[in-house]
Ligand binder design. Structure first.
Ligand code: HDE
Length: 703
């Protein structure tokens, strides 16, 4: 097996304390790590205690500023393997067929602080740092293919609006508050993104079950210097799945590290998460052939117009050793590009190039953050940059300038070695120097409507519920009304239904204040949008097609008690294991469980520690345990809640009386043991659908 250069590089920095004497930071062996130096055992303490100052002085400086946005994140190492030939489009070596490139990926939420919950309704960051032979390349994307705003100038305002309000520092990791919706209701360009944010995409089941998008249009450059526009996609092998909003809120209480733990545990168990890397390729000559502007980050390119070509696979296969050193200190920057890739003129992307570099300089304490092990290139770095805080590399010799003769002109241009090095795309540009926005960015609603039209009935209902929830938490009625007026432009039924929940009759026109802000960018707003080529796009829905899902790595709760039948437990457990899923025993208390057959097993989960929201499906096995479950309110809460969240439930023989006492009604996702193997297959097949969202019909079971 080929050595992973990044792993080898990182290993050199790992400190292993096993079998070592405790020392100060200067390597002085410590005699007593319990007591400060005092004048007599009852003090006072002495100022000459360099051992104490060494320890506390470091401790006092342990925190660095958290990221302004995307503060909460989780990361892992992996590799990208390319299996398709796209050499006619790019000369980037790591994108050539057969290339294997080490990488580090960090997933994050945007709004919450570093210690906030994983299950906030929020966009998820999806950043990948590729350690290529040609230097580091960062693809810093999200799990949503579009963005709120079109120009970088508005970014601090967007972030200030969504973050906790400055006077009270509330609410944490939530968009459901006045300042966010005040801003959004004045920015119709956010309409498309807001539809995604109010959809279930914003509450993923797992990082491993999210799509990723580069969002902006980038350029690929081939060996002739020709360009092709490109949009990057990550397609998860496990499918795209989300939880229900009521469930998300409860997960935040039961386990605010739900996504972090899920990623960590699955990598430890060698259930390595995988995504296919896809590209949408647009020839340069077609740049202006779409009803939207390719440079507008609030637009996607429907897959029906430009298919996603899958070219490689990313596998995350190693957890970091130290959260701070690796996941916290990793520094992403969309400006880190390599030969064969270039930035487009998307004004949001252009603005990002400054901000990331600037924020890393501040956050990581100076210009040498690229020398931190996680950020180091595996390709050698040679230049004349020197000094600065925390410089690690030791530049040899008296020359640190270019050109020079004293060091024989070294380091020299790539071309002298017959290599091209990084070259920007040679683009002809002419124009006035202006602060302004192109009218080709002025269609704010067509793709928001396209997104809504592409959703299944239950997905539409969830969007209606999410808008209703968020706007109900807004105290200013003018803001609520302005937003409903925007929804009316997207879809009349959507506006009507949200309006009903808020007691608002949807205004047919945009609010004057909204219009006045839109006219700051487009004086003749609203402009007649160009006709869209399609009305709906399959790829925008998360609905699982019959026969296509997988239950690999899914967790099924087995509700047991003393006297449960081992035979019943084992039958389903084994069938699940064959599919790569797991059964987890949950009882009224942790500790020893005694089966009906007399066997014993240690239980690690109880109703005190766990809840149905932490599982994908629930099984009640048969046995004498049923006589205690029938009078256990925790049992009923568990199955009723799982049913409410449209999960799959299975009941073994003998559970008929328990079922009657619950809210559970027979449907496709409620499977009863029938004496044959059929019920097991039925259970697994239903689980493959992820959820039986149809159960919610007519809001009978609101999830
Ligand atoms: Fe970011 N963004 N962003 N952003 N962003 C940051 O950089 C910024 C944008 C994204 O895992 C910051 O290192 C500006 C779009 C991710 O470490 C900061 C603009 C997209 C991450 C910053 C945007 C993103 C960040 C904060 C508008 C999706 C986390 C800490 C011009 C394509 C990276 C940091 C990680 C982080 C600025 C818009 C994704 C402040 C100015 C669009 C995934 O530099």
């Amino acid at each position: 097996m080929k050595k992973n250069k990044k792993t080898e590089q990182i290993k050199k920095y790992i400190v292993d304390n096993s079998n070592q004497i405790l020392t100060t930071n200067d390597g002085v062996a410590i005699h007593d790590n319990n007591n400060t130096l005092k004048l007599g055992v009852r003090g006072p303490s002495l100022q000459q205690d360099h051992i104490y100052f060494d320890k506390l002085g470091h401790f006092d400086r342990e925190r660095i500023p958290e990221r302004v946005v995307h503060a909460r994140g989780s990361g892992a190492y992996g590799i990208l393997e390319i299996h398709e030939d796209i050499s006619e489009f790019t000369r980037a070596k790591f994108l050539q067929k057969g290339a294997i490139t080490p990488l580090f990926t960090r997933f994050s939420t945007v709004a919450g602080f570093k210690g906030s919950t994983d299950l906030a309704r929020d966009v998820r960051g999806f950043s990948v740092k590729f350690y290529t032979e040609e230097g580091n390349y960062d693809l810093v994307g999200n799990n949503i293919p579009v963005f709120f705003i079109q120009d970088a100038m508005n970014f601090p305002d967007l972030v200030h609006a969504v973050k906790p309000e400055p006077d009270t520092e509330m609410p944490q990791a939530a968009s459901a508050h006045d300042t966010f919706w005040d801003f959004i209701s004045l920015m119709p360009e956010s309409s498309h993104m807001i539809m995604w944010l109010m959809s279930d995409r914003a509450i993923p089941r797992s990082f491993r079950m999210m799509e990723g998008f580069g969002v902006h249009t980038f350029k690929l450059i081939n060996s002739k210097g020709e360009i092709t526009f490109v949009k990057f996609h990550w397609k998860p092998k496990l499918g795209v799945h989300s939880v229900a909003w009521n469930e998300a809120q409860k997960i935040s209480g039961f386990n605010s590290d739900f996504h972090r733990q899920d990623l960590w545990e699955n990598i430890e168990k060698e259930n390595f998460p995988q995504w296919d890397l896809g590209v949408q390729l647009i020839p340069e000559k077609d740049e202006m052939n779409y009803p939207f502007d390719l440079l507008d980050p609030t637009k996607l390119i429907p897959e029906e117009l430009v298919p996603v070509k899958l070219i490689g696979t990313m596998t995350l296969n190693r957890n970091p050793d130290n959260f701070f050193a690796e996941t916290e200190q990793v520094a992403f920057d969309p400006g880190r590009i390599i030969p064969g890739i270039d930035l487009s003129d998307d004004p949001l992307l252009q603005g990002r190039v400054f901000s990331y570099m600037d924020t890393q300089n501040y956050r990581l304490g100076g210009a040498n953050f690229h020398e931190i092990p996680i950020n180091r290139s595996i390709n050698q770095k040679n230049n004349n940059q020197k000094d600065g805080t925390n410089r690690m590399d030791i530049l040899k010799g008296d020359v640190s300038y270019f050109p020079n003769s004293k060091a024989s002109g070294c380091p020299y241009h790539a071309i002298l070695k017959g290599e091209e090095g990084f070259q920007s795309h040679q683009q002809e540009v002419q124009g006035m120097k202006v602060r302004g926005r192109s009218d080709s960015f002025a269609d704010h609603f067509s793709q928001a409507t396209l997104f809504f039209n592409s959703q299944s009935e239950s997905e539409k209902q969830h969007i209606i519920d999410a808008f209703s929830f968020e706007l109900s938490k807004v105290s200013d009625s003018k803001i609520r009304e302005r937003q409903v007026a925007i929804l009316y432009q997207i879809d009349k039924t959507l506006a009507q239904k949200v309006g009903d929940n808020l007691g608002i009759v949807p205004p047919k026109e945009l609010d004057e204040l909204t219009l006045s802000f839109a006219r700051q960018n487009h004086p003749n707003y609203p402009l007649q949008p160009k006709k869209q080529e399609i009305n709906s796009s399959v790829a925008l829905s998360m609905k699982v097609k019959e026969g296509e899902g997988t239950i690999t790595t899914r967790k099924v709760a087995f509700l047991v008690d003393n006297g449960v039948s081992k035979k019943s437990v084992d039958q389903l457990k084994k069938a699940l294991e064959k599919e790569g899923a797991v059964g987890v025993l949950i009882s009224s208390k942790v500790g020893e469980l005694i089966y009906d057959e007399g066997d014993k097993e240690n239980i690690y989960h109880s109703y005190l520690t766990d809840s149905s929201v932490l599982y994908d499906a629930v099984f009640t096995p048969s046995g004498k345990s049923l006589s205690s479950l029938i009078s256990n309110p925790d049992y009923y809460e568990f199955i009723n809640e799982a049913y409410r969240h449209c999960k799959i439930l299975a009941f073994a023989k003998g559970t008929e009386d328990l079922l009657k006492k619950s809210f559970v009604e027979k449907d496709k996702g409620v499977v009863l043991e029938d004496g044959t193997q059929n019920w097991v297959d039925e259970f697994i097949n239903s689980m493959k659908l992820h959820r039986i969202w149809d159960r919610e019909k007519a809001r009978k079971v609101p999830s």
